[in-house]
Design a protein around this ligand. Sequence first.
Ligand SMILES: O=C(O)C(=O)C[C@]1(C(=O)O)C=C[C@@H](O)C=C1
Length: 295
Amino acid sequence: MKKVAILGPNTFSEEATRHFLGNETFEYVPFKLISDVFTATASGETELAVIPVENTLEGSVHLHVDWLVHEVDLPIRAEWVFPIDMNLIGYPDSEGVQNLENPYGHIRKVLSHHVVPAQCSRFMKQYLSGAEFEQVSSTAEGVRITSALQDPTVAAIGTAIASTNYGVPILQKEIQDHKDNMTRFLLVGQEASELKASDQMKTTILVTLPDDHPGGLHQMLSAFAWRRINLSKIESRPTKKKLGNYYFYIDIAGSMDSVLLPAAIQEIEAIGCQVRVLGCYPSYQYQSQTNISEV
Ligand SMILES: O=C(O)C(=O)C[C@]1(C(=O)O)C=C[C@@H](O)C=C1
């Protein structure tokens, strides 16, 4: 059984991974810190890792993408998109004071993962403006601490499964700003896995433009444009080597098996761009029942 490192247990990462990879084919190894998820896989302790990289409301999780680019050499093997329903998890007001305007006015501290305030900003502004936000390593860690403290002034935002497993009630369901809040996860690792085919293949590349090459970005993009290759994401990030130096993180709809994509890459290399392929992999969309590990 291949081992998969995940941020967990009781996190959205675990929920999403179990949904897509099922409970039979892989062994899940939970880690408290996302850095440990990466290093466990880089060191060979686990074959694969699951990394959240992007959210509908928050955009890219730069910290995680930067790890993938700068700290480890783990090809992308698959991606999936999973719906994220945030829950306010805590204890009701112990004094039984019914504040009709704000039933959560007794909460003074909220514990969760750092991406959560951007996903629940409206609810937090309306009901939790009197509470301090404290960042913890995952949403589940916030629920675990809330459970240990048993203090109604401390609450967490996390998964329904964390509420059940740590025995802390859900005070309010679905507190994310949009009903269709989604997070994109990458499956990465040196070992390829047999997964169900997807009719959507993606390729992720990193491109560094040559210095002093006016119009370089335009030339690079036109290599894709005239071949009608669809770029689903392009983002510039610092190379971390020199101030003002950037690379482009590019998601391409298409496979390296096609004739067009390798030709486009050759063309941009010919103008002096450096190209690193992070992976060519199947992309899966959420359906209420999706197990991609049955081949
Ligand atoms: O803390 C968790 O539950 C996670 O799985 C991490 C994470 C993330 O890093 O984006 C995953 C999905 C949600 O967007 C919120 C948090």
